[in-house]
Every structure is written in C-alpha cells, then in structure tokens.
Design a protein around this ligand. Sequence first.
Ligand SMILES: Cc1cc2nc3c(=O)[nH]c(=O)nc-3n(C[C@H](O)[C@H](O)[C@H](O)COP(=O)(O)OP(=O)(O)OC[C@H]3O[C@@H](n4cnc5c(N)ncnc54)[C@H](O)[C@@H]3O)c2cc1C
Length: 442
Amino acid sequence: MSELYDVIIVGAGPGGAMAAKVAGENGLKAALIERKKDTGVIRRICTMIMNIDERNYDEYIHWNPRGKKFVFPYNGFTINYDGPIRKVYGFHVITPGGKRVELGNVPKGKAEDKAVGYMVDKGYMCQIMIDEARDNGVDIFNNTNINQVRKEPDCVVLTDNRGSEYRGKFVIAADGVNSRIGRCLGFNRGRTFLGTYKDMARTYVGAEIPDEECLMFGLGWNCSVSLAPEIKEGYYHVAAASYNVADDLDAEIDKLLSAEPYATWFKNAKEIDHRSCCVSHIAVPIRVPFKDNVLLVGDSAWMQETSIPGAIMPGWRAAHSVTEALIDGKLNKEGISTYLKWWDKYFFQPVGKRMASSGSADMKDYLSSEDIDYLAGLVTEPLQATMNFFTIMSTIGKAFGGLLEKIGEERPDIMQKLMAMRSHPRELVLAKRCNDGCAITL
Ligand SMILES: Cc1cc2nc3c(=O)[nH]c(=O)nc-3n(C[C@H](O)[C@H](O)[C@H](O)COP(=O)(O)OP(=O)(O)OC[C@H]3O[C@@H](n4cnc5c(N)ncnc54)[C@H](O)[C@@H]3O)c2cc1C
C-alpha cells in the first residue's frame, strides 16, 4: 500500500503551487501532483496580469520591488518573484470603428506612474513556489495525471494515468476549471451551467501599438477579442474567445487585424507563437468547496477566471486549514472549517453569489458595430483606472447611466435596443449558449 500523506495537492497552477508551498513550510507530509511535464511552463491561455489596483476578494496586493515580492497584507503572506515584470496601466474598450473607452492610461509624467496591474511570468512564479515546497520536503510528481478519486474510511485515494495510487488524509484539488476531481466527487451537481467557452491567442513581435501597456478589450466584434502586451519586451498577445463553439477564433483574429487602426499597428508584425486554445465548461461558483476530505481551490471551485491572486489566496488558506485540522486531530469538515468560513466571507458572499446569476444577453444580438461605435464615442473623458473586472463593469455602467438622456434624445433607436437587451431573459441566454455550444452534463 502506498504511503499516507497528510495532504496531496493536485495541480501546480497558482492555487496548487501556493498550497504546496504552505504545506511544506508548515511541515506537513505533502505531495504535489501535476499532469504537465514542465511545471514552470504555461501553455494554457492566460494574459498573466496580477491585478493590484484595488481590493479583490478583500485583499489589496502590492509589489515590493526591493524585496522582489508580491505582498498580500490583509491575508498576511508574500510571494517571492524575481522574474521579469511589466507595469500595466489600464483597460481600454475598443470598438470595430476604432473608438476607445479608457479606464486608465499610460502616464504622461512620473508623478502619475501608478500601475493597476503587473504582468508576470506566471509559470516562473509558480515554479518558485514549487521549488520552495520541494526545499521544504514536499514530494513533487510531474507528468502525472490524476483520473480517479475515492474516499476510504481513513484517507482519500487518488489514481493516476499509470494506475499508481496516492493516499492522503486530505486532498487539495487545484486542478483548474474543468476539474476532474470536482466532477468525480459530484461537486457539479446543482451548479448552473453557463456554457462552453473557448479561448485562443497568438503572439506577435514587431507590432506598433499606442499606449501599449494597457489591456484592450473589443466590444462589438463577433467574438470577444483582446490585445495585451506580453512579459517579453516587444511581444504582443492577441486573443479571441466565444461561447459559441462553431465560431472560428482564428478567423476572428484575422478580421480584427485587418480592420483599422489594428491593421496599421500590426503592419510589420510577425506571428511567432500560437498559444494553445482552452475549452472550458463554465458553471457558477461552488458554495461549499469541501466534500469527502477534498478541498477545492482556485478555478476548480470558480468559473474559469478566479485570477492568479484569486487562486493563490484559497491555496494559502486551504493549506493552513488542513494544518489546523491535523493539529486538532479533526480530520473532517469541522477541522477545516476556517477555510469554508473564509471562502464564504471573502469569495462566495461578495462575488460568487453575484456570479450565480450571471449570464447577460449577447450585445451583438442587439447592437450593431455602428451602434457600439456611437456609444463608445460618447465617453470622451478617461474613466477610473482599473483592471478589476467587476469595477470595470460598474464604472462603465455608471458612465452610461449618466448618458442615457443624451442617448434617448440623439438615438432613440439605440435606447430601445439597450432597454430590450437589459430585459432579455437569462434563461434564453443560457439556452442559446447550450445550443450553440455542446450541452454537457457536468
Ligand atoms: C483567456 C484567459 C485570460 C486570463 N488572464 C488572466 C490575467 O491576466 N490575470 C489573472 O490573474 N488571471 C487570468 N486568467 C485566469 C487565470 O488563468 C486562472 O484563474 C488561474 O490560473 C487559476 O489558477 P488555478 O491554480 O486554480 O488553476 P490553473 O492555473 O488552471 O492550474 C491547474 C493545474 O492543474 C493541472 N491539472 C489539471 N488536471 C489535472 C489532473 N487531473 N492531474 C494533475 N494535474 C492536473 C493543470 O495542468 C494545471 O497546471 C485568465 C484566464 C483565461 C481563460
């Protein structure tokens, strides 16, 4: 019979790497299992921006450039990072006609040099945590894919692709958005399925982008499109995503890059990499991320974008809670209750609950590209700088709230469409997505 670990962590993304680091520092007998061969290489699409500008899940992250650490002051821990780093100053909504709504911008002078995020090498950041875990005695199994999980009276048993078994008093599942462990244990039962989402990205060199250090997000295109700098100077990332599996994301990127002003920006650019696509089955966040001594952290309990810090924080808290359970000799739900209370207070109640009712109408079903150009053209002043997705939505909503009268007077046709879009029943949105995508049982 295989040895019994205090805790086994599955998945070496930000959530699992952090959990493994804490388990090692706390002296637990721990293992980290990752299906990839190279734990420090991220192929799954991710823009890799650490959002630091404001409270996210009740944390206000800050970068310490001298100590080379990201500091999480409210939760009380740091992450060492001596890799490449770039400031990101804002989020711009871009339209097919080349209009921009700016939430922050590259500063004109030093005094205004306040970043809202930092672009990092996420794989390297995870590798630092994994190395720290290994230095503290955590066993690392890479190239190992967990495909079964079962509860026995005194442990959880994981089985890998070669049939080997691993036994843990607890398991922390940090296996990402399509969590197999979550599915095997029935965590998806009762979750509302929001659709199948696919993303892909290409990397370019030689593009000439104004205000390059901002993330640009397209509205009014057939798919979601975005442009962002990459961590390597001169490298640029163009992505497309859709809830409709029939959409050709490559064609959407081509369309974006042949429209002005993007065509001019990319005139001399060369595509050098095609970052792999990801296909995610998205459901609303899980309310209680614990069952049968398995704790879920990060995307495995969320939708697909709890974010890098949003995966690191539960990884940190879950590993501490497992430590508490072992010290107290309570190898059960009561033992790890600090994790569940923390998750409910900082993740589920303030954010997750709201997402449980997400699923808004598709803008392109109501508004033409020309309508969106008109609307974006109304916002002439830069809005509050932010990279926080929730704040972006509420800031834009507030800006348009103040413009409704003007829209009603100038373009009653658009006003009517906006009202119809607002009252579009959520069930129809979800039904369309499930028909467009593959209706699956989670
Ligand atoms: C298009 C896109 C852009 C994004 N951009 C940003 C951004 O700019 N900033 C930001 O903060 N967040 C961003 N995110 C979100 C971010 O990528 C995730 O929220 C974050 O990586 C979640 O971390 P995690 O540790 O929970 O899971 P993951 O990072 O997904 O890690 C899961 C790990 O588990 C491993 N694994 C999976 N199954 C198994 C198995 N059965 N056995 C063993 N190992 C397994 C995987 O190989 C992987 O290494 C983006 C997401 C998308 C889709």
